[in-house]
Design a protein around this ligand. Structure first.
Ligand code: DON
Length: 325
């Protein structure tokens, strides 16, 4: 970092000026009070809708944070690109995509549907993510117990985040599992259609999915994960190669086309950046070869995306030329 600074070779050379502009967008979005906090479990329903944080980490490790960036929240669906990344890294693209497709579903994230091959449409919706959890549990180091697989996965997430400790919210996990009629329905529907690899333990696979959703972190940490994805799988803080660049390319491709629920097409059109939202109000955004961004605000729009998060992205590409096209 220091030698780059002396050589004036930062990816964002005028970082302070850039941070000032981000701060301006932050305050603009703060006045957006649209949307509602997720209420399908009490732990999320109790979230204060005023929380609003934005964290940025560039591929050369420059960082900027503003607002509620250290308040913990559960990853929820922001874990989907991460579990998918691990599956790709461990099993390769061919094997993973024997089980899950690459098409946007054009429907709600938890809709009871499969594609015409009787596979889940993609790894960013619930069915696909449950299936990815089955692949991780059953095909990656199959000798591991569920407890060991939990540690293995959390360790991967932590390395993506430059070694930051992640937490686990047990109350959210228990509530998720309790309120999971639709997810169980999806799980059984896939079992009926023989979507899982042989020897999948259905109960363990579902528990593993709820556990991944219940891992707890904050904006600062998730922005580093985004920076690792922006940097082709090498964490900018530790310089560790956490993922293969091929895996990262696949993850970003599907975040681009499927990461924003049933708003993915419009988001790709207007913002043109790979992103993944979660019902917690988190939004992981990647500007390839430049930076990772995490925004967090619990109020969601009708499609389930964070209102302030979406506004932030739209304002960001209005101000800077980050749209991929
Ligand atoms: O499966 C669920 O309903 C939640 N635990 C996660 C939902 C979420 O963030 C939406 N995802 N695409």
């Amino acid at each position: 970092l220091i030698s780059r600074a002396f050589r004036h070779q930062f990816i964002i050379p005028e970082f302070q000026g850039f941070a000032k502009d981000i701060e301006e967008i932050y305050w603009k979005c703060k006045s957006n009070t649209n949307g509602k906090v997720a209420n399908y479990i009490p732990q999320l329903a109790r979230m204060n809708p005023n929380y609003w944080g934005v964290s940025i980490c560039t591929i050369d490790g420059q960082r900027f944070s503003i607002g509620d960036v250290n308040v913990p929240f559960t990853l929820q669906s922001c874990s989907k690109p991460l579990t998918y990344a691990i599956a790709l890294d461990q099993l390769g693209e061919d094997l993973v995509h024997q089980y899950v497709g690459q098409e946007p579903s054009g429907r709600n994230f938890n809709e009871l549907i499969l594609d015409h091959n009787k596979k889940p449409h993609n790894p960013m919706i619930n069915a696909g993510a449950i299936l990815v959890c089955a692949l991780l549990k059953t095909l990656v180091k199959p000798e591991m117990t569920l407890a060991e697989k939990f540690d293995f996965t959390m360790n991967y997430f932590e390395r993506l985040a430059g070694g930051e400790d992640l937490g686990f919210n047990n109350a959210v996990f228990l509530s998720e599992r309790e309120a999971a009629d639709r997810n169980y329905a999806l799980g059984f529907y896939m079992r009926e259609h023989k979507c899982y690899p042989e020897k999948t333990s259905f109960r363990e696979c579902m528990d593993f999915y709820f556990q991944c959703c219940s891992m707890e972190t904050n904006c600062d940490v998730v922005s580093v994960m985004g920076a690792t994805l922006a940097n082709g799988g090498i964490c900018p803080l530790t310089e560790e190669k956490v993922l293969n660049p091929e895996s990262v390319r696949d993850v970003l491709s599907l975040m681009h086309s499927c990461g924003m629920y049933d708003y993915s097409g419009q988001f790709a059109f207007k913002v043109g950046l790979p992103a993944k939202s979660g019902v917690c109000g988190g939004l992981l955004v990647v500007i390839p070869n430049v930076m990772g961004i995490c925004t967090w605000s619990p109020s969601l729009d009708a499609l389930g995306n964070s209102c302030r998060g979406v506004q932030f992205c739209e304002e960001l590409v209005e101000k800077f030329n980050f749209h991929r096209y």
